[in-house]
Design a binder for this molecule. Structure first.
Ligand code: C2E
Ligand code: MG
Ligand code: MG
Length: 675
């Protein structure tokens, strides 16, 4: 057989290294024999059959040839490797193709060391021509010689019985080819067993090589030793170090956040099961903490995104400081951070961590020469006996976070089951609202306001209703708070205003000049587009024909916000009237309200229906009068209430005693009947 340079075979080691002087014994051999100076890529000695093989006209001509030009780098490398191996008295049998004058000639060669006169190691080549019938064999062995794949075989006793050139490059010393080079213990165990087909497979292992520890993809096949006929292992290896590193790097990129360097949601979701299982194993309670920076959008909008980024990086640093080392922190996106924690103490410990986070964040941060102090809201969900999944923890923490935000932020809330019910209802109502807006299922009812002086309708309050597809009327108390929480109040508010203006115009066309009042949610005042809408839909408001009055709750007005003051002035300048709704419920600094252009004050129904209403309403009316505005009593249900209010110079009333809120057509009918 060809090409089996058994570097591990001790028999090969007995071959003595020749000296250059001794090669003359081959002068008369019938086989081609020559000496090759590896360092200089020249033949330095050749017998006659060798001259013929090399197609040389004379020894001088052959010795003058520079063979380096035809030599590939891989061949050169292999020869240099042999050169160092020869010193140990090893020889190599190999199939070898030379190209004398450009024509290929395949030979079976035995290479061994030959020390030149100057002491350098050269190579003695004894050749034998190959039968052209064996061409396929030739090609396959050629492939084995040149491939970058490392091929080795192992006997049942775990000895390396063959290594192709690529393998010999990786494991130049015999002991390096031993099984101990595999760092993967499973792999070593498999290769130490009796070979059978169960052992076959592909493995990834760290391997000690001449280039240090490398990652190899190792394939094991069961095979037969062609010489001994015994089972052996055929091991092929590919160096996949770079590919594996690239794969790992890509995995890191895909699972981390470029801005903060934290892991992202993908990573957290994949790492969570192991984290939760480990916590349960160690008898710890696990929790998920969801954190959202309060009013972060404000920073982005006013200082720019670069400042926002810097702030997020600083927040990341503070969070890492406040969290225990075992915590798994990630950024979910935007200003939302998520963290998995495990503590022996459970809830108490988690709350302590949260408090410390909030404290860390409140410390001023220098961003773009601005001293910023941030607050955050935190939702906390705790794993029940380690049985809660990551998704469930995240969902629950999200509900708790929503609760924390709803209370103005800078707060920590733990999940409670009621939150889930509430959110379920939220979702249902919000969906219904969205559909109601697009399918015209909203309707304005009107509750008349009656003048004590004339007994006639002088105004009406627009009160929104939702016509549910089931045929029932849904009242605003049910859906307005939800619309405020979800932000849908903006589009509802726009619809209400347009509809009320449309009705006002209709009444004017019929010569009816009463005021229509519209309830405005506090959220709408914060929305800059609200003012432009008011400007856009405004009919000519002149107070002669009846105007639109905006009802604002008392607690909106007590906010000492400068911007709000300006907005209210602008609204009033546009010709809209302003009414204070639910008056007497906010216990506010009423004096501060006098700076607004208020046309009407509506005393809250809770005061009118109170058993001590005489006492309460007297007090409230005294204050209301200081505004110089009309006083309206809401929720008047009894004749007693009406008479008392009339006697005490209340201006108008509205309530079930006169009429419930009615559809617009009904209001028109009532107004028509009065004239
Ligand atoms: P509100 O502005 O204080 O409206 C008065 C509420 O008291 C109305 O309830 C009305 O039906 C009810 N009411 C009037 N007279 C009586 C009475 O004699 N007895 C009793 N028990 N109740 C009486 P409604 O229509 O359910 O509206 C509730 C609240 O929803 C309103 O309180 C207002 O704050 C809000 N709302 C109604 N429509 C809108 C709207 O278009 N936009 C906004 N943002 N809020 C609205
Ligand atoms: Mg109202
Ligand atoms: Mg009211």
């Amino acid at each position: 057989m060809i090409n089996a340079p058994d570097i591990d075979d001790p028999a090969n080691r007995s071959t003595a290294v020749l000296t250059f002087g001794a090669v003359e014994v081959f002068r008369n051999s019938r086989f081609p024999v020559w000496v090759f100076d590896i360092d200089r890529s020249r033949v330095v000695w050749a017998n006659d059959p060798a001259l013929e093989v090399w197609a040389a006209t004379s020894a001088e001509e052959l010795l003058a040839r520079d063979l380096s030009t035809d030599m590939s780098t891989s061949v050169r490398g292999r020869l240099q490797q042999y050169q160092s191996g020869f010193g140990n008295g090893v020889h190599f049998d190999e199939q070898w193709t030379i190209f004398p004058r450009g024509n290929p000639r395949s030979l079976l060669c035995r290479f061994r060391g030959c020390v030149l006169d100057d002491g350098r190691m050269a190579m003695l080549c004894e050749a034998q021509a190959i039968n052209p019938d064996d061409l396929n064999l030739l090609r396959s062995s050629q492939a084995l010689l040149y491939t970058a794949v490392m091929v080795t075989t192992y006997s049942t006793s775990g000895e390396c019985t063959y290594a192709n050139p690529a393998a010999r490059r990786a494991f130049p010393m015999a002991e390096q080819a031993a099984l101990s080079r595999f760092k993967n213990a499973d792999l070593r165990a498999i290769l130490s067993r009796e070979p059978d087909s169960d052992a076959e497979g592909t493995y990834l292992s760290d391997v000690a090589t001449s280039r240090g520890v490398r990652k190899h993809e190792v394939e094991i096949r069961q095979s037969y030793d062609p010489l001994e006929g015994r089972r052996n292992f055929l091991v092929t290896e590919m160096d996949v170090t770079e590919q594996e590193a690239a794969k790992r790097e890509m995995a890191v990129l895909a699972t981390s956040d470029a801005l903060t360097g934290l892991r992202n949601r993908t990573y957290l979701a994949s790492a969570a099961p192991a984290f939760l299982a480990a916590a349960a194993r160690h008898g710890k309670v696990a929790a998920l903490l969801l954190l959202d920076i309060d009013r972060f959008k404000f920073v982005n909008d006013t200082l720019g995104h670069a400042a926002g980024d810097t702030l997020l990086q600083e927040i990341t640093r503070r969070l890492s400081e406040a969290l225990p080392e075992t915590a798994l922190l990630s950024r979910l996106g935007g200003d939302e951070f998520c963290c998995l924690l495990a503590e022996e103490e459970g809830e108490r410990a988690f709350l302590r961590v949260c408090t410390s986070i909030l404290r860390q964040l409140r410390r001023p941060m220098l961003v773009d020469n601005n001293d910023l102090s941030v607050s955050a809201s935190i939702g906390l969900s705790i794993s029940e006996n380690g049985m809660t999944t990551f998704d469930e923890l995240l969902r629950k923490a999200d509900l708790a976070l929503f609760d924390a935000k709803g209370n103005g932020g800078n707060a920590v809330r733990a999940f409670r089951p009621e939150l889930a019910e509430r959110s379920h209802r939220f979702l249902l109502v919000d969906t219904e609202l969205r559909e109601a807006l697009t399918r015209n299922r909203l309707e304005l009812f009107y509750q008349p306001r009656v003048s004590f002086k004339t007994g006639k309708i002088v105004a009406a309050e627009a009160l929104i209703r939702l016509n549910s597809p089931t045929g029932s009327l849904v009242l605003p108390g049910e859906f307005i708070p939800i619309a405020e929480a979800t932000g849908r109040i903006a589009s509802i508010g726009r619809w209400v205003l347009r509809e009320a203006v449309r009705h006002l115009v209709t009444l004017r066309e019929q010569g009816i000049g009463i005021n229509l009042s519209v309830n405005v949610s506090p959220k709408q005042f914060a929305d800059p587009s609200f003012l432009s809408l008011l400007r856009q839909v405004r009919p000519t408001l002149d107070g002669v024909q009846g105007d639109i009055e905006l009802e604002i709750t008392e607690n909106v007005l007590v906010e000492t916000d400068r911007r709000l003051q300006r907005v209210l002035m602008q609204i009033s300048d546009l010709g809209y009237k302003l009414a204070i709704d639910d008056f007497g419920t906010a216990y506010s600094n009423l004096a501060s309200l006098t700076r607004y252009p208020i046309s009407c004050i509506k005393i809250d129904r809770s005061l009118i229906s109170h058993k001590d209403f005489r006492l309460l309403v007297t007090g409230v009316m005294t204050i209301a009068r200081t505004f110089g505005a009309r006083i309206v009593a809401e929720g008047v249900e009894t004749e007693t209430q009406r008479l008392w209010l009339e006697k005490h110079h209340c201006d108008e009333f509205q309530g079930f005693l006169f009429s419930k809120p009615v559809p617009f057509a009904e209001l028109q009918r009532m107004l028509g009947a009065e004239r």
